[in-house]
Design a protein around this ligand. Structure first.
Ligand code: EPU
Length: 417
């Protein structure tokens, strides 16, 4: 199993190119099931989550070939095979195939994803949305068995904004008969980009980017090409890397507008940020100020940046507070950050983070994708050597992170254990 060895203390300088967004490309790949044909998707990051979904799509008869940073997808021979447990278990986003398979074939079987490292992560909103569209859902020995031919337009009201349930509901509704109205829609850029892709395929969706979508179902859709949007969480992670190390880093090929909450938090902490179209320059010279931050659905502060921000706030002058409103248990990184010298107390969904002035290197273990990112960030400033094990988590969602960081002057190596 690979680990990262990091010698802390180097200031990050130079440029980092931001890759395409993991959470945007996953639903787009699933949407290719909706219309048989060939697609070209540009700016697709090389990540193990993309590879897992590619394997899942192959079991459904969809061919996926990589050509540089593009993926060529051929869904002409797609079939409604069951999405198996081995794949769905390793990546919860696999549940995104439910809506497209059901809408296209009238019958879908998708294994239940189960819990994840930081809590139960239910999919009841996804299932209720399919039922609202007329599907009959049965749980058959751990497999979701959904039948619904044809699906019919309906009103769907989510009790809480959900990225995945919105994506699944939209992908099902675009081929349903009649009008579907979805309330309390997730407004994350990844959902907007999915809707734009579906519109390029011929779907009729009004209200894209707002809390209410009105979808006129189409009899059929056609293939389209797409360019995957920049990864806003990768962007945020490198912003913290630049800020935390007191560096001067230019992030290229990103979308600053998708990162406003993170940019605002960093500015409030005293980090210098300059934005220019598709670039963000981050500099940090002075002391960092403590913050009070609450995670929230987009455009609020993203839960996927909570762990990384916590690493930064360990070096602020004073005590910060982070409230996690999306996944109340998402604090697996806390004990590991404490092993590096952090002082963090968790009370329910609230973390009180005391600035400690300096961190010290240690062996730590990654428990999920964003927790791993936080440990790497902390390792970049910790005195001495930090070793982060179980880095397969990081390879799920950060393209060549070791190369990108060492290109900016970090001392980080991938080692075999
Ligand atoms: N929820 C339910 N029932 C459902 C669905 C969601 O109760 O059926 C709850 C969740 O438990 C949570 C809230 O609704 O409290 C929001 O969850 P959401 O459905 O939005 O999360 P998701 O779609 O499973 C995506 C991202 C996550 C990101 C969250 C929140 C992808 C593939 N995953 O997950 O990304 O944390 O939205 O923004 O897009 C990551 O990239 O590291 C990651 C975990």
């Amino acid at each position: 199993m690979d680990a990262f060895r990091i010698e802390g203390g180097a200031k990050l300088t130079g440029e980092v190119r931001i890759s395409g967004s993991k959470n945007a490309v996953l639903p787009i790949l699933c949407a290719t099931i909706l219309a048989p044909g060939t697609y070209r998707l540009e700016n697709v990051p090389v990540l193990s989550d993309v590879a897992t979904l590619t394997t899942l799509l192959r079991t459904l008869g969809v061919r996926v070939v990589r050509e540089g940073s593009a993926l060529l997808v051929d869904s002409r021979e797609s079939v409604p095979n069951e999405a198996p447990y081995e794949l769905v278990r390793t990546m919860r986003a696999s549940v995104y195939v439910l809506g497209p398979i059901l809408a296209r074939f009238g019958h879908a079987r998708v294994s239940l994803p189960g819990g994840c490292a930081w809590g139960p992560r239910p999919i009841d909103f996804h299932l209720k949305a399919m039922e609202a569209l007329g599907a009959v859902i049965r749980l058959d020995h751990g497999v979701i068995d959904a039948i619904g031919a044809p699906l019919r337009g309906a009103e769907i009201r989510f009790p809480f904004s959900s990225v995945g349930a919105t994506g699944n509901a939209v992908m099902a509704a675009v081929l349903a008969e009649g009008t579907t109205t979805i309330f309390n829609v997730a407004r994350e850029p990844e959902i907007t980009s999915l809707c734009e892709f579906l519109c390029a395929m011929g779907a009729r969706i009004e209200g894209v980017g707002t809390e209410k979508l009105v979808i006129e179902g189409a009899r059929e859709l056609h293939p389209a090409d797409a360019r995957v949007i920049p990864d806003r969480i990768e962007t945020g992670t490198y912003l913290v890397a630049g800020a935390l190390t007191g560096g001067d880093l230019l992030l290229r090929d990103t979308e600053p507008a998708h990162n406003e909450a993170v940019l605002a938090a960093l500015r409030e902490a005293g980090v210098e940020i300059d934005v220019n179209k598709t670039d963000i320059r981050v500099r940090s010279r002075g002391p960092l100020r403590p913050l009070e931050v609450e995670t929230a659905p987009y455009p609020g502060f993203p839960t996927d940046m909570q762990a990384q921000l916590m690493a930064l706030l360990l070096l602020a002058e004073g005590t910060s507070e982070i409230i996690e409103t999306i996944f109340p248990d998402r604090f697996k990184h806390v004990p590991e950050l404490c092993r590096l010298g952090g002082s963090i107390r968790v009370e329910g969904n609230r973390a009180i983070v005391r600035g400690v002035g300096a961190l010290t290197g240690a062996h730590v273990m990654a428990s999920d994708l964003r927790a791993s990112a936080a440990l790497i960030l902390a390792g970049l400033v910790a005195r001495g050597t930090t070793e982060v094990s179980r880095i397969y988590h990081i390879d799920r969602g950060y393209e060549r992170i070791d190369e990108k960081l060492s290109g900016a002057g970090a001392r980080i190596w991938r080692v075999r254990r």
